[in-house]
Design a protein around this ligand. Structure first.
Ligand SMILES: C[S@@+](CC[C@H](N)C(=O)[O-])C[C@H]1O[C@@H](n2cnc3c(N)ncnc32)[C@H](O)[C@@H]1O
Length: 787
């Protein structure tokens, strides 16, 4: 992928399957909670009204919510949607559940006024037109359009609605800059803070913006809580007051309340939370009361409590709007309180996206400008591997050229600080002559085309002694790179020999020939021969099977590399058939109610909708799993998810009721008990100060399960994940020892390593992904008489 900006806004009325659908359907927690809420709502209705409800599903989509209503006992469901593909999909889904069509109706509608017959009435309404903000897809407006069709119940004019209430929050989260690291901190600053005409901007954390799995880094809620900035309630429709005129149907309106006063953070609270290492982000989180005590949370905390696959799915479909609060990062104590205000939260008028004012400065929403360099900056694994390749090349070069090491740092736009040691006849040069190991030779040169590491690789290359030329086609990625290099250089120990050499930055596209250079605006023609050419763009494009770009990349290497070799060396495209367990893949995220039912409401339905039309022609339409196609990270990260489970299960505190009655034990059991004790020490991480001395059968079961999990995980680890394999091996060995501290340490390291691996995997899945083609199952051959 080029690092150039890509843009696109989502229009629900467009034909086709919206990008986020697969992710949304893979959000098991969402599906299960909607299932629970619908079940409870229908049960309450049946108990109170002694009949089964007729339901209206607004934005029926794949038909999942309507299917849940039928499965939980609704008399009839009517679904409306503005998207014709979704209507087709919902019809297919519901037909599988209700083949005679007596219990369902699906209508394609316009976003405007209700097209249902005015006399049509429903007992219950379900909807999920929630976005990154509860307000951003205008659910309030669209549900309100249908309020005249809703029956109300009792003196308080109750409405059976799932959801009942939505609450939009603003929260300040403190991340540690050290934990985020460089270049990610710099990339975030640039993406969120740099703006030509305003103080800052806020962007979604999903693929429409930062594409960053922020929940994989630790954060603390500043002041210990989040603040409600907007609420919507669908619980009642009281009749209109006299004189306001009849409105038909259920009468009045649902209630939406915007923030009246700004959220205020006192200076004292901020000073306790924000030190020099703080990186404070304003995160717009939300919580929805689906029915009674069934809540659906879109908060960083909720993501951290989910299996990774679920968190990924939700992060791709929803994620968070995020704004930077630079004034809390200076390390200078604050005197004045900080205020956060959200304007334009009038949901009824369709003003779904707030205008944030932080500390008196307007923060603009620029969600139409994705910042792929942020996701790339989170892929520490890619940066490490590129660095390893460069280091290998450097050592090869160094052995040939007596290890040249620069002693004077030079950073900047080609402006070179005079390096005394390199001047002919200078005193330093003469002094060097007496120290053979410090002889300075011509530095090796590297050309980095479209740096995918947001400055990390240029910095490390410079530290290795290379002269570095970086050419990006993205101004902001360049800005992020420069900032990261400054921060990295500032953080390096002053006494360290490892200081950056010269880095020069250019914005433009590298052209291979004169004609192309003339054609391409801003084309950059390097003037030198390089010892290495790092092709960030090629690394990405080869994966994407973009032949033209691949050739362009090869031409760059041919023209400017002395060795005719680039990093990465020519990549190979592989085509592999992956078999997924149908139940695990398709049905994984469906609520229990679907068990054993023929229905297409889940991922299976969506994939079919996507694959079937082309299937007849060429065996299925290929599509990318990143945001160029459909966002579906779950597939790639299931493996990491399993590893997490294997490692995390012993961290759960053993349940008291599972402690067995003590009994006599055999020698074998005694040995096992000592192991269990080991595992229960680390098991009680929630209360490490008071580890239980009691042997625990639950612990034994856990330990066996973990061992099995570790074995299974190790067996499944593909090449290239040696570090994880080694960690797991060490972990497995320690399970058999009596060293609880060692085990604890290995566990912690493992989880840290895994979360680093997960961050890289998620980041890479976002900017790279793979191309998928659904293979149709081979048609079954008719059995011959002989067979
Ligand atoms: C987030 S999806 C939810 C789909 C489904 N209810 C589910 O939970 O799986 C929202 C759906 O609402 C539809 N939609 C958006 N605006 C709408 C409107 N004004 N009227 C009807 N449908 C709308 C979209 O086309 C999309 O299918």
């Amino acid at each position: 992928m080029s690092t150039a900006k890509r843009s696109g806004t989502y229009n629900p009325a467009e034909h086709g399957l919206a990008k986020y659908f697969l992710s949304m359907l893979d959000d098991k927690d969402r599906n299960v909670k909607y299932g629970e809420a619908i079940k409870k709502c229908i049960e309450e209705f049946e108990t109170k009204e002694q009949r089964k409800p007729r339901v209206l599903d607004i934005g029926i989509g794949t038909g999942m919510l309507s299917s849940l209503c039928l499965l939980h006992g609704a008399a009839h469901v009517t679904g409306v949607d503005v998207n014709s593909t979704m209507v087709g999909l919902a019809r297919a889904s519901l037909k599988a559940l209700d083949p005679t069509g007596k219990q369902h109706k699906v209508l394609l509608v316009r976003p405007g006024p209700s097209a249902l017959p005015p006399e049509e009435r429903f007992d219950m309404v379900v909807s999920e037109i929630l976005g990154t903000l509860t307000t951003s897809e205008s659910m309030f407006k669209y549900v309100s359009i249908y309020r005249h069709h809703l029956n109300t119940f009792g003196a308080d004019h109750k409405v059976y609605a799932v959801p009942q209430q939505t609450t939009q929050y603003a929260a300040l989260h403190r991340f540690s800059r050290q934990d985020l690291g460089e270049p990610l901190s710099a990339a975030l600053e640039v993406a969120l803070h740099l703006n030509r005409d305003a103080f800052g901007r806020f962007m979604p954390s999903n693929e429409g913006g930062l594409a960053l799995p922020l929940y994989l880094w630790k954060s603390e809620l500043v002041g210990g809580k989040r603040h409600a900035i907007h609420t919507e309630s669908y619980e009642a429709l009281p009749p209109r007051a006299e004189g306001q005129g009849a409105d038909g149907g259920g009468g009045g309106s649902f209630v939406a309340n915007g923030l009246e006063r700004p959220v205020v953070y006192e200076a004292e609270t901020l000073n306790t939370a924000c030190d020099e290492d703080a990186f404070v982000l304003c995160v717009l989180e939300w919580s929805v009361k689906l029915w009674g005590d069934v809540k659906l949370d879109n908060t960083l905390e909720a993501y951290r409590g989910m299996p990774l696959r679920n968190a990924l799915a939700r992060a791709s479909a929803w994620g968070f709007f995020i704004a930077d609060v630079p004034s809390l990062r200076s390390g200078v104590p604050r005197r004045a309180p900080l205020t956060v205000r959200a304007n334009r939260m009038n949901a009824a008028a369709g003003q779904g996206t707030p205008e944030l004012v932080i500390d008196g400065h307007r923060v603009a929403n620029v969600c139409e400008e994705p910042a792929p360099y942020v996701a790339m900056a989170a892929d520490a694994d890619a940066a490490d591997r590129l660095f390893e390749a460069l280091k290998a090349l450097r050592s090869a070069g160094a052995s040939a050229a007596a290890a040249p090491v620069r002693s004077s740092p030079r950073i900047g736009n080609g402006k070179r600080k005079v390096d005394e040691a390199s001047l002919p006849g200078s005193p330093s040069k003469r002094a060097c002559k007496s120290e053979p190991q410090r002889v300075q030779s011509e530095p090796q040169r590297v050309l980095i085309v479209n740096d995918t590491t947001a400055g990390k690789l240029p910095f490390e290359a410079a530290v290795l002694g290379f002269d570095v030329n970086v050419v990006n086609d993205d101004q902001l990625a360049t800005e992020a790179g420069k900032r990261a290099v400054e921060a990295l250089a500032a953080a390096a120990a002053p006494s360290s020999e490892a200081k950056p050499g010269r880095i020069s930055w250019h914005v433009g596209r590298v052209a291979t020939g004169g004609a192309e250079a003339r054609k391409t605006r801003g084309a950059f023609m390097p003037s030198k021969q390089y010892d290495a050419v790092v092709l960030g763009a090629a690394l990405l494009d080869e994966m994407r099977d973009d032949k033209h770009r691949l050739e362009h990349s090869k031409a760059i290497v041919d023209r400017w590399s002395k060795t005719r070799k680039g990093i990465p060396e020519p990549a190979q495209l592989h085509e592999t058939d992956h078999a997924f367990d149908r139940a695990d893949f398709y049905k994984h995220s469906l609520p229990e109610a679907f068990k054993g039912r023929r229905c297409l409401a889940g991922v299976e339905g969506a994939l079919r909708a996507l694959g079937e039309p082309c299937a007849q022609a060429d065996g299925g339409a290929p599509f990318a799993t990143n945001d160029d196609g459909l966002v579906f990270h779950g597939v790639h990260t299931v493996r990491i998810d399993r590893l997490y489970q294997a490692l995390e299960s012993p961290m759960e505190a053993p349940k008291a009721e599972e402690t067995p009655v003590p009994r006599r034990e055999t020698n074998g059991e005694s040995r096992r008990r000592s192991r269990i004790k080991t595992s229960s020490v680390c098991a009680s991480s929630a209360d490490r100060s008071a580890p239980s001395d009691e042997p625990s059968a639950a612990g034994a079961a856990d330990a066996d399960e973990i061992r099995a999990g570790v074995r299974e995980c190790s067996a499944k680890l593909p090449d290239g994940e040696e570090s994880l394999a080694a960690t797991l091996e060490a972990f497995a060995k320690l399970l058999n020892s009596d060293d609880p501290r060692g085990l604890q340490q290995v566990l912690e390291q493992s989880v840290a390593k895994l979360s680093r691996g997960a961050r890289s995997a998620v980041a890479r899945a976002t900017y790279l992904g793979v191309k998928l083609r659904l293979r149709r199952e081979a048609p079954k051959r008719p059995k011959t008489a002989a067979a």
